[in-house]
Design a protein around this ligand. Sequence first.
Ligand code: ZN
Length: 339
Amino acid sequence: MLFEPTIAGSLPKPGWLAETQKLWPKWKLEGASLDEAKRDAALIWLKEQEDAGIATVTDGEQFRTHFVHGFLESVQGIDWNLKTKMGIRNNRYVVDVPTVTGRPKRSRPVHRDEAAFCRAHTSRRLKWTLPGPMTICDTLADGHFGRRADMAMAFAEVLNEEALELEAAGCDVIQFDEPAFNVFMDQVSEWGIAALERAARGLKCTTAVHICYGYGIDANIQWKKTLGSEWRQYEAIFPAINASRIDQVSLECAASHVPISLISLLPEKTLLIGAIDVASITVETPEQVAATIAEALKHADAERIQPCTNCGMAPLPRDVAAGKLRALGAGAELARSRR
Ligand code: ZN
């Protein structure tokens, strides 16, 4: 089937599970009740995705508060009490970040049981998202390695152990989220891709990298205003990504200043075309989604196009995210009907 839809990853947490419309929500339960509630929330979103016609589904990141720290909380070598003030994403926002004080090592499988749970409850293709090595390094202060490339490679080894277990648990797609690729473009070819490929080493399932302009939060909206009328960050990194061993690239296209013609720089890749704007609470019409797919078709074969969301939908109101899922599925169907 052409234009099989998928999503970038995250979905909102229901109000009974965590604070809503926040990127760093607090859980509303604890202990075994929290674990049970996370599973319930994941089930709801699996069903919503299936009903919307999403072909490759995710857990909506219901098991973690944030896509980076949700993984790192189970990694040794990070001192969470030793906070360092750091401008992340090249000083787009300044935050107190934890500090790496030793070689990273997983204390246990992080998401394996969660993935197995989702696998048991859907027959659709299942995608699991992990933070990419460069993005991890841009979220932690380095108090151990001295070189960011070395730190990235060490985290890539840890990610690889996790990714291989997720594959064994039944995931069909492992996606690494690398929003930092759009910020440190020179370092992508210097060591970013090498670290990414290290994280994906030995995987036989489909691999993906998600590169976006971030969630629809204020700091990102302000940053986007500084990028000019055409956003050409992808142009600098796509040739190196096309030459990499990663199968799919998830990118931002809807309501964006990214010239969609840049996808012609990825002739070897499956393209997860962002056809849903996550920075707006207006739900797209199927017609708008189909129009974005039609634009992508001018620069890539239909067989390589999978409509997707621009980024995660975690901070959106729940009904808006559900509406956008349905628009995505209906838009893909509309585009198929026009072939
Ligand atoms: Zn994103």
